[in-house]
Design a protein around this ligand. Structure first.
Ligand SMILES: Nc1nc2c(ncn2[C@@H]2O[C@H](COP(=O)(O)OP(=O)(O)OP(=O)(O)O)[C@@H](O)[C@H]2O)c(=O)[nH]1
Length: 304
């Protein structure tokens, strides 16, 4: 009987790794559009963001799990539970590490989590542009002595080096399956969530160390005016303390204005229309430890 070698392959790939290893950079590279938040501050990715890469032969659906770390408060517990549940449901796990940093407690925490999974785990060593090729062997030996990885792939997500090979290898591990998403769809997240992440990213970039990653952005409304190809967005930036409110607003509102201008530009690119963005800043003390508020800010409990 004739074998069908051309069968369409599809499946789910979970990206895990400690904060800042480059998960969002990788996703944005393969998806070719800015969908996951990128920042040089750790733990900026808090919800699952799926990137979908479709070709003639395959569809790879990436799940960007929150930066894994030891839980310190309720939000942390949620994040770890999400990651753990995700691991059981996917076809491949991509454990991403930073070539430029020694293996640390964060990596061992992830390795412990992988201990009882039957899903194949790829060791993806990112940021190889930052190390000498001779050091790569040492890095590989260190990690492989801790876990039996299905594949080891060094990449540089920032310039795309070896990413193509990684995609090919991932595809080999996927089962035959349907096209879950239409060709042109790169993410199944509602625009609302992406817009809030774009605004949050600007707050984090422009405030540097003063504002912790606990800042949240709630989209109050999105109104389309089709006749003018215009979208009105109203959003509130939620901070923990009064002092942070002052920082985000800045002198005579200068910083908030800059956050708004930069976020508006990105939202316009995303939606393909003119955007009027109205931003508010609100203090809500200790919101991270209140489950009701976590839900309000978009952390759905059924996902955890
Ligand atoms: N030199 C170099 N830098 C990289 C590479 N990939 C990512 N980075 C940088 O590493 C930093 C963190 O990247 P992100 O993509 O935000 O990391 P992340 O893992 O998604 O972070 P969390 O959202 O905190 O989990 C950013 O400053 C990136 O520009 C790479 O291949 N080479």
């Amino acid at each position: 009987m004739k074998q069908n070698n051309d069968a369409f392959k599809s499946g789910f790939i979970s990206i895990i790794g400690r904060p800042n290893v480059g998960k969002s950079t990788f996703l944005n590279h393969v998806v070719g559009q800015k969908i996951a938040i990128m920042s040089d501050k750790p733990q900026t990715t808090r919800n699952k963001v799926q990137g979908v890469v479709t070709s003639e032969e395959s569809q790879l659906i990436f799940i960007d799990t929150p930066g894994i770390h030891k839980p310190k408060h309720k939000l942390g517990d949620f994040m770890v539970k999400t990651a753990r549940n995700t691991l059981k449901e996917v076809d491949v796990i991509m454990f991403m590490v930073n070539a430029d940093e020694p293996i640390g407690r964060g990596d061992r925490f992830v390795i412990d989590m992988l201990e009882n999974t039957e899903t194949p785990v790829f060791l993806v060593i990112n940021k190889i542009d930052l190390v000498h090729p001779d050091d790569l062997f040492k890095i590989i030996t260190t990690y492989t002595s801790e876990y039996n990885f299905a594949e080891i792939v060094p990449i540089s997500a920032i310039n795309g080096n070896n990413v193509e090979r990684l995609m090919e290898t991932l595809t080999k591990y996927l089962p035959e399956g349907p096209k879950y998403y239409p060709d042109d769809q790169v993410t199944d997240h509602p625009e609302r969530f992406i817009i809030s992440e774009l605004i949050r990213e600007k707050v984090l970039h422009l405030t540097r160390e003063e504002i912790p990653h606990s800042v949240a952005v709630v989209i109050e409304k999105i109104d389309r005016e089709d006749s003018r190809n215009m979208v009105n967005v109203m959003a509130t930036i939620i901070v923990d303390r009064d002092s942070q409110k002052g920082i985000v607003i800045g002198k005579k509102g200068a910083l908030l204005k800059e956050i708004g201008t930069k976020a508006r530009y990105d939202i316009e690119m995303l939606l393909g229309s003119k955007v009027f963005l109205e931003l508010w800043v609100k203090v809500q003390k200790d919101w991270r430890n209140k489950p009701g508020q976590l839900k309000e800010f978009g952390f759905r409990e059924d996902e955890y």
